[in-house]
Design a protein around this ligand. Structure first.
Ligand SMILES: [Zn+2]
Length: 192
């Protein structure tokens, strides 16, 4: 029996079983929940199928991580519509996340704003250059402004004496250039 005038204390919610909780949250090998940084690290392991030197993060196609309840949602923007690697990139991202312990990640294709080469990170640009692909120079908007008169630097010898051989290189996203100094052909990642 309660004494009159006294209100009963609300019953404290039972402590959540940490075992159950950790079972529901994506966890690393030690059973600790993955931090957002660790998820980005998993994504760093996913390489662009066309240019394995750069990751999808360096390429700038992974836009955002968010949670919908307990499901991880990854916003992915294809490099350009019609790029045949898009489906493969999304599959590789989902596979890497699941391998990292994330259950049933949702890959959301986000088409706006459209990807531009501006989204390639500085590290990604450097890796492209080391891979023998001239990274995009200047910003996409500047490219439109300046037209195609911009000089592309040879990734092999650094010479600015280069000429476009073909509008399309090894893939449609790249143009084929040739250096008139070292005479080597190279791919140029087009500004789009
Ligand atoms: Zn050269």
């Amino acid at each position: 029996m309660q004494k009159p005038g006294k209100t009963s204390k609300p019953v404290a919610a039972p402590l959540e079983n940490p075992m159950i909780a950790s079972d529901r949250v994506p966890a690393n090998a030690c059973g600790e929940p993955l931090t957002e940084d660790q998820i980005w690290q998993l994504l760093e392991e996913v390489k662009d199928p066309e240019v394995p030197a750069v990751s999808v993060v360096e390429l700038g196609v992974v836009r955002k991580l968010s949670w919908q309840g307990e499901q991880l949602v990854v916003d992915v923007t294809p490099t350009y519509s019609g790029c045949p690697a898009t489906d493969l990139i999304e599959e590789l991202i989902a596979a890497a996340l699941m391998q990292g312990g994330i259950r049933d990640p949702q890959i959301k294709r986000v088409l706006t704003p459209a990807w531009t080469t501006d989204w390639i990170t500085p590290v990604g640009r450097e890796k492209l250059r080391q891979f023998g692909i001239a990274p995009p120079q200047g910003s996409a908007s500047k490219m439109t402004l300046l037209g195609h008169d911009q000089q592309i630097t040879c990734p092999l010898c650094g010479s600015s004496h280069t000429e476009q051989v073909s509008e399309f290189g090894s893939t449609a996203c790249k143009a084929l250039y040739r250096c008139t100094d070292c005479l080597e052909p190279f791919d140029y990642f087009k500004c789009i």
